[in-house]
Each structure stands twice: as structure tokens, then as C-alpha cells.
Design a protein around this ligand. Sequence first.
Ligand SMILES: Cc1cc2nc3c(=O)[nH]c(=O)nc-3n(C[C@H](O)[C@H](O)[C@H](O)COP(=O)(O)OP(=O)(O)OC[C@H]3O[C@@H](n4cnc5c(N)ncnc54)[C@H](O)[C@@H]3O)c2cc1C
Length: 100
Amino acid sequence: MVAQIESADAVVIGSGFGGSAAACRLAEEGLKVVVFERGQLYPPGSFPRSPRKMARNFWDPSAGLYGLFDIWSFRGLEGVVSSGVGGGSRQCRQPARSHL
Ligand SMILES: Cc1cc2nc3c(=O)[nH]c(=O)nc-3n(C[C@H](O)[C@H](O)[C@H](O)COP(=O)(O)OP(=O)(O)OC[C@H]3O[C@@H](n4cnc5c(N)ncnc54)[C@H](O)[C@@H]3O)c2cc1C
């Protein structure tokens, strides 16, 4: 969703555990907070349930992919981070649930 924003006291980038907790605390203090999230909203039942849909569930805008899994590769280290409203907390439960 793209909203028209005129002013804010605080801007939080990312809606994961870190960003959402920070945004919550700032809002509780009465600040006008805006959260920017690059990923999609995943309402209940919207996670991919088939291998074909899973294959497109990656974050790689250069390949036209705007899915949940953002894979980072470094020398000797691979990382999976998340892209979506709620951040990596979405991934904590997705793998287990997708086998149900
Ligand atoms: C498979 C898996 C299972 C896990 N299981 C558990 C578990 O059981 N228990 C547990 O405690 N932890 C678990 N974790 C770890 C936990 O998910 C992470 O530690 C936590 O999500 C990190 O929070 P964060 O806010 O730092 O980052 P994230 O949750 O990754 O949030 C970052 C957010 O910022 C957004 N973002 C990034 N760049 C931009 C940008 N330029 N503009 C706008 N938005 C942007 C991303 O889309 C994302 O939504 C798991 C992680 C994975 C990958």
C-alpha cells in the first residue's frame, strides 16, 4: 500500500522484529511514526503451498521476484533474510506450516 505522507516524527525502515518494536514504542510515546516496508503483505493463507509457487517466493527485483526469501551469499557464509510485512518473523513459522 502506498500512502500519502505529509509529515512524521520518526521513520522506521523495515517492519521486522526490530522495526516493529521500535515503531510501537515510539507510537506509544505519542510520536507520529511511519514504517517503510519493501516487501508484500501476507494475509492468512497466502503463503505459497506448491513447489512451483515456492520457486518464485524469492526476493530478487532484478529478476522480477518480490517474494519472501532474500538469500545473501558471502565467502563461506550463506544467509536467509526476509522481505515482507512482519519481516523474518514470517519465516519463523512458514517452513513448518508449508508442510502441513
Ligand atoms: C527460517 C528462519 C527461522 C527463524 N526462526 C526463529 C525462531 O523460531 N525464533 C526466533 O526468535 N527467531 C527466529 N528467526 C530469526 C528472526 O526471524 C530474526 O532474528 C528477526 O526476524 C530479525 O529481525 P530484524 O527486525 O532485525 O530483521 P527482519 O525481521 O529481517 O526485518 C527487516 C525488514 O526490513 C525490510 N527491509 C529491508 N530493507 C528495506 C528497505 N530498503 N526498505 C524497506 N524495507 C526494508 C525487510 O523486507 C524486512 O521486512 C528465524 C529466521 C529465519 C530466517
